[in-house]
Ligand binder design. Structure first.
Ligand code: VG1
Ligand code: CO
Length: 579
């Protein structure tokens, strides 16, 4: 093949957000748009890192992925990349990409040093919906801010990109290697099985035999919903073939370009079918609900865990996994190195860390911040309130891992007891609350708000936060039964490993009784602005841990809405999504 240099001009707004660049498909399909971003990434990585490299290119299979894979392959060839690895049909979950970078060794001993992941995660897909791209580094984790800022800088000045226009399209439907020769020598494309490296890793972490016993017990019933995302490419092999679940326990496990028209976000609003099956819908299901249900998002890094008629908040989930990991999961049998959560995630994990005397870290939203801690051996288990849970087995959150972690805990608690009454998901959570106290928690999302209005609201809160007396005057005026705000700030994080600083990570109001209100703007949307409001209240009194979450949080919600003048700024009297 030959290398062409194509003249181009910058596009506005190619700044990677919390997790890569996400835009409407109609934006991505503009001539040169994707090319500019990919070339800017190569430029930011520098020639030394790109020349001769092995790169992974795949994603959740959403609309425009196939075209994007061919474009990135041709640009890789032109930029001197030595080989490109592609999951069959272009499918690799985000956690599987991370696993492939860290674990996979090519036939000739080669290893990948980075990946383009093609996904907009939980955002809908299809010609009128979202596409996304992000770059992961040699540790298998998302590029740190130092790199994403550089990529952005290059996108603002780019004048040309390199592409091997005459490189034939690669058949990504069948596994195998295709060899090409360019001006600088050989270039290979290898298409490989999307699931095998990931499954091998899972088997090295969990005791599949004990999970198999649980799943094959007639007492235990199971359901997994991939929401037509890429988790479907793994679900049958793992849950049915390896672990013996019934095939009928898999819902929406065929990956689709448009996620079947749905919103591939595993929460109580969007995973409707699963929620109904588990007895959490508006009407009672026809059949007795399964004991355990779980769902994944489009790229399978998120998870929602449900018990029969019971919802596990993601903040509780990571705390419960941390509390039980050493006993229930072989990978952790030597102990946890530490635990971490994102700032808006509830403090349930903090309490576990304290009890177990574990190192603990609070990082900004987004998985990239956990990676540094893990690389430095400081963190084993971490999570976010946004249905993200994971460990240092890779450098991304991992939806299927979280399900296997929960199944491991259930298997452990029911060990030798599968004939008696089952210890259920709900039992495990209530027992956890009884031991550690309960963090009532909810998140209100105001999606697609006018960007200017959202900025004004945030600016108002930043200003307000500097005067505690003014804050408390408002709080007390709304609800005299809510405790005092004792601290407020704009969260800033200093990475304990490389000392880099990330500022403006959300506004926090911390109350005397441990309650918290947090406001931040989403960094993953593709249109307008999304305001997220996180509300949390800690209850230690065992007689008060069984309340309905929305009742317990009612007073704080009232305070939050008045304090932020939410309706005044946004015109919204209710959030778009409550999780
Ligand atoms: C959201 C979540 C955040 C998560 C990020 C990426 O970001 O709040 O916790 O890490 O999505 O997840 P934001 O900036 O919109 O709040 V995923 O599954 O979309 O890669
Ligand atoms: Co995701």
């Amino acid at each position: 093949f030959n290398v062409s240099r194509v003249d181009t001009t910058p596009f506005d707004g190619q700044k990677p957000g919390t997790s890569g660049l996400r835009k409407k498909v109609k934006v991505f399909v503009q001539p040169h748009y994707l090319h500019n971003f990919v070339q800017s990434t190569f430029n930011a990585l520098t020639v030394e890192k790109v020349r001769g490299a092995t790169l992974v290119v795949s994603g959740d299979g959403r609309y425009f992925s196939k075209e994007a894979i061919q474009i990135i392959t041709k640009m890789s060839a032109a930029n001197g990349v030595r080989r490109v690895w592609i999951g069959q049909n272009g499918l690799l979950s985000t956690p599987a990409v991370s696993a492939v970078i860290r674990e996979r060794v090519g036939a000739d001993g080669s290893r990948a040093t980075g990946a383009f992941i093609l996904t907009a995660s939980h955002n809908p897909g299809g010609p009128h919906e979202d596409f996304g791209i992000k770059y992961n580094m040699e540790n298998g984790g998302p590029a740190p801010e130092g790199i994403t800022n550089k990529i952005y800088e290059y996108t603002t000045t780019i004048k040309e990109y390199l592409i091997a226009e005459d490189l034939p399209d690669v058949d990504i439907t069948t596994t195998g290697v295709t060899n090409f020769t360019g001006p600088e020598g050989p270039f290979d494309v290898e298409v490989f099985d999307s699931a095998s490296d990931y499954i091998k890793l899972m088997k090295s972490i969990f005791d599949f035999e004990s999970i198999r016993k649980l799943l094959s017990s007639p007492k235990f019933t199971f359901c997994y919903d991939a929401l037509h995302g890429v988790a479907g490419a793994y679900a049958k092999s793992i849950f049915v073939d390896e672990l013996g679940a019934q095939e009928s326990s898999l819902l929406n496990c065929t990956p689709k370009e448009d996620f079947g028209g749905g919103h591939p976000d595993p929460n109580l609003t969007y995973a409707k079918e699963l929620v109904a099956r588990l007895g959490l819908g508006k009407s009672e299901p026809q059949d007795e609900p399964p004991e355990f249900g779980a769902a994944a998002d489009g790229d399978a890094d998120r998870n929602m865990i449900l018990g029969k008629r019971f919802f596990v908040t993601p903040s509780d989930s990571v705390a419960i996994i941390a509390a039980n990991a050493v006993e229930a999961i072989p990978y952790f049998s030597a102990g946890l190195k530490g635990v971490a959560r994102s700032m808006p995630t509830s403090a349930a994990l903090d309490v576990v860390a304290k009890h177990l005397n574990l190192k603990f870290f609070e990082v900004p939203t987004g998985w990239k911040f956990f990676g540094n801690l893990m690389d430095a051996g400081l963190c084993s288990v971490c999570g976010e309130e946004s249905f993200g849970t994971g460990s240092d087995h890779i450098r991304e959150k991992d939806g299927i891992w979280a399900v296997l972690a929960w199944l491991s805990i259930l298997a452990y608690k029911n060990k030798d007891k599968l004939e008696d009454k089952l210890v259920t998901v709900e039992d495990i959570v209530r027992q956890h609350w009884a031991t550690y106290g309960r963090h009532y928690y909810t998140r209100y999302d105001y999606e697609n708000v006018d960007a200017g209005a959202a900025k004004e609201l945030m600016a108002y809160l930043v200003k307000l936060q500097s005067s505690l007396s003014e804050v408390n005057q408002i709080v007390k005026g709304v609800r005299s039964d809510v405790s005092n705000v004792v601290h407020a700030d704009e969260f800033e994080y200093k990475d304990p490993v490389d000392s880099s600083i990330s500022s403006h990570q959300g506004i926090r109001y911390l109350f005397e009784d441990g309650s918290r209100l947090i406001f931040r703007l989403s960094g993953t949307g593709s249109e307008g602005a999304t305001i997220r409001l996180y509300i949390e209240q800690y209850e230690k009194d065992p007689s008060k841990i069984g309340r309905l979450s929305n009742e317990a949080l009612g007073p704080l919600v009232e305070v939050a809405l008045k304090l932020s003048k939410m309706e005044e700024f946004t015109g919204r009297s209710a959030p778009t999504v409550i999780t």
